[in-house]
Design a protein around this ligand. Structure first.
Ligand code: AMP
Ligand code: ZN
Length: 114
């Protein structure tokens, strides 16, 4: 996708603070962090939403979840607890339509979310 912000980050056309990378997934710090740890984990392949990713049926959704946990371990929030959020669709606040897991931790996270 030529006009996708996160595809451009994958292609290194736009800079990002990458904290984890493997052949299928990339993780980088959110530019507007909502918690001490706020990392976005994306598949390198373009899929618009979590639903589209799940439907792709390529094992890629698993890879994204595994990468999210690896990030949580690396950031030191895995033991205390962290949150993985996929905002899916505009009504849920999705603004970038390249699926991304928000990995949030490092502070007490309240429930229900806003
Ligand atoms: P969402 O609203 O769930 O689609 O999340 C999009 C997220 O991308 C927001 O938390 C933004 O702060 C973040 N974001 C937007 N542009 C960038 C960027 N260039 N680098 C890192 N994070 C970004
Ligand atoms: Zn994309």
């Amino acid at each position: 996708m030529t006009d996708c912000l996160f595809c451009k980050i994958v292609a290194k056309e736009i800079p990002a603070e990458v904290v984890y990378e493997n052949d299928r997934a990339l993780a980088f710090r959110d530019i507007n962090p909502q918690a001490p740890t706020h990392v976005l984990v994306i598949p390198k392949e373009h899929h618009a939403t979590a639903a589209a990713l799940a439907e792709a049926d390529s094992g890629l959704a698993d890879e994204v979840l595994k990468a999210a946990h690896a990030v949580a371990e690396q950031e030191g929030v895995a033991e205390g607890g962290y949150r993985i959020v996929f905002n899916t669709g505009p009504g849920a606040g999705q603004t970038v339509f390249h699926v991304h897991a928000h990995v949030l931790g490092g502070r007490d996270l309240t429930w229900p979310p806003g």
